[in-house]
Design a protein around this ligand. Structure first.
Ligand code: PLP
Length: 372
């Protein structure tokens, strides 16, 4: 069979089950209830003002060759301080940071336990590692404990991998309890802070620092493409963790370093966030308003986070509801299986600090109308 025919038949399968993906450009007339730019920092032009002088367009090499610049090391010192860690190491995105950590750190004989709702880059990362890996039921401490109990007798190290806030459900990980379990079973915790970076805490230093458990976490992954409104990621942890990743993480070693403009944007955006705590307060107000107005019998996510959503039982119903909201001027997107579990397809609704009260009220009014 010709390869085009193989690909075409795979695409047909997607079309038949309603999960065919296409690229769409957001309609600027629609109100943004979709982007991960929770605080609106991607749109703040003054964040770019510190980048005045021309330095270079690209880093022109990987960090271990001639791509390692003072501006990378300065940002890493800044990030280590901002996120209260001993050191930090920049990666080119959150996806590759998770691959970099999870594929290189757990060794043969180790066990990695990941929450079943972990992002695909966590699942891919552990698949690339030489350790055994298993998932535990979402946020289920007794399932996690059962697995810790079973595997801690094997002798290797155990890693527990969670997201501080889950990307599709918007719920938080029970991190205080997980720290307690990890302590009891000598396990190491890795936290992906993709959806808490720049959100939690007065300065936006994320969920672990907010809970003051940063010293109990082996590695924290902060991403800059969501609430920071920029691009890239950093792993924060001990100096030895940083040195190890520089030596063993292929995703760090074999790629061109982030360019100057990107590096400067990350620092400027985090400083901007620190100086504007009112953005987080405004976001909280919008989240409360949304829950207050939405009819209680609607099958919505139970989330205190900007990630919200309405759940359906199949792809087509989610697509239909998403189209309805799009036609009424709201930019939302359906999240279909296989991205989420079958029967839990949804329309993801992201609330932002920049959404006005009227916009949130209007959105809720349309959702309520649809289910009447
Ligand atoms: C939990 C989580 N981790 C990692 C990533 C990847 O981050 P990035 O977009 O920076 O590659 C995402 C993005 O969707 C995510 O939701």
């Amino acid at each position: 069979m010709k390869v085009e025919d193989v690909l075409e038949s795979q695409l047909q399968k997607r079309k038949q089950n309603g999960s065919f993906r296409t690229l769409k450009i957001a309609d600027p007339k629609q109100i943004d209830f979709s982007s991960n730019d929770y605080l609106g920092l991607a749109q703040v032009s003054e964040i770019h003002q510190p980048i005045e002088e021309f330095v270079e367009n690209g880093a022109s090499g990987s960090r271990l060759l001639n791509g390692n610049k003072q501006y990378h090391e300065d940002l890493e010192s800044f990030l280590a301080e901002f996120f209260k860690g001993e050191s930090s190491l920049i990666f080119n995105s959150g996806y590759v940071a998770n691959l970099g950590v999870l594929s290189s750190i757990p060794q043969k004989g180790d066990v990695v336990l990941i929450d079943e709702l972990s992002h695909v880059c966590i699942k891919e990362g552990v698949r690339l590692s030489r350790a055994q890996h298993f998932s535990f039921k979402h946020n289920d401490l007794s399932d996690l404990e059962q697995k810790l109990n079973k595997f801690h007798k094997q002798g290797g190290n155990i890693f527990i991998v969670v997201e501080s806030v889950y990307s599709m459900d918007g719920d938080e990980s029970p991190l205080l309890e997980i720290v307690e379990l990890a302590n009891r079973y000598d396990a190491y915790i890795i936290v992906d802070e993709a959806h808490s970076t720049a959100l939690h805490g007065d300065s936006g230093f994320g969920y672990c620092c907010h809970l003051d458990i940063q010293d109990k976490i082996f590695a924290r992954i902060y991403t800059f493409g969501k609430a920071v409104g920029a691009h890239g990621a950093a792993v924060v942890g001990s100096k030895i963790l940083r040195e190890y990743l520089i030596n063993y993480s292929r995703q760090f070693i074999y790629t061109t370093a982030l360019p100057y403009s990107n590096v400067k944007t990350i620092e400027a955006a985090l400083n901007y966030r620190q100086n504007h705590p009112e953005l987080w307060d405004k976001l909280q107000k919008n989240i409360s308003l949304y829950h207050e107005i939405l009819n209680q019998d609607i099958s919505k996510l139970n989330s205190n986070h900007p990630i919200q959503g309405v759940i359906f039982k199949n792809n087509n119903d989610a697509i239909q509801f998403s189209n309805y909201l799009n036609e009424n001027g709201f930019n939302v997107r359906p999240i279909l299986s296989p991205t989420v579990a079958k029967g839990k397809e949804r329309v993801r609704i992201c609330l932002h600090a920049f959404n006005s009260e009227d916009e949130v009220r209007n959105l809720c009014h349309h959702i309520n109308q649809y289910f009447k």
